[in-house]
Design a protein around this ligand. Sequence first.
Ligand code: BTN
Length: 258
Amino acid sequence: MNPLPADLREPIERASGTLGPFGRRVLWYPEIGSTNDVASTLAERGEPEGTVIVADAQTAGRGRLGRTWASPGGAGLYLSIILRPDPSFAGLVTLAAGVAVAEGIERATGLPVVLKWPNDVYVEGRKLAGILAEAVSSFAVVLGIGINVLPAAYPQDVAARATSLETELGRAVDRGAVLAECLVAFALRYDDLRSTRSADVVRAWKARAAATFGRRVAWESSGVQLEGIAQGVDGDGALLVQTPQGMLRIISGEVRWI
Ligand code: BTN
């Protein structure tokens, strides 16, 4: 097994008392196809909840909706967490992850960030981080998190829509501190879900996404183009959109903010 590099190992060790199950086993790969794929394989073999897979580079990083997630070496944080959530709150894991990544980034760097449904992390209209949750079986969920640390993390053709921690802050960023704070924040938010405090997670998510409510969104449903005004999320994390047909709930898929 590859040893974690010191810049990641030390902050994780310092935070170990507050990481819950998420600091017990952190596996490191200098280069891998996709951390989500490694995590899925391990989960299928019975790996317990909490194992974290981190890579320096991914050669087949995946984003939502079949997109590619560019993952050049050392330019971003690329990690996946194995979860075995109770079905009663499994649907809220991605919202909890969005809140935790936003909180972890802010705590580690001081950079204020907002959320856009379902769980994109933005700074002033540019995407900084994304989350890809995938069900492995009825018993496991793999939560993939990608955070742009350097501008080299994303291709130049998306530079108008993407950003990185170092671009925003104009200084070097300690990626180990960001990783550790995101895991600490996720441990707390996951505990909220487990301890029937889901309402706190939804409230925190809404507060971070407030700027996106009242905005017009468009999406496709069964080949039909629909539009409406985003109103918020419900207790299950679905996006509520006011349309001429009434209030609609969007559970997943692509929403364009227009
Ligand atoms: C998105 O499209 O916004 C989600 C991006 C998720 C990227 C992360 S990087 C670590 C993990 N492994 C992957 O292949 N994807 C996720």
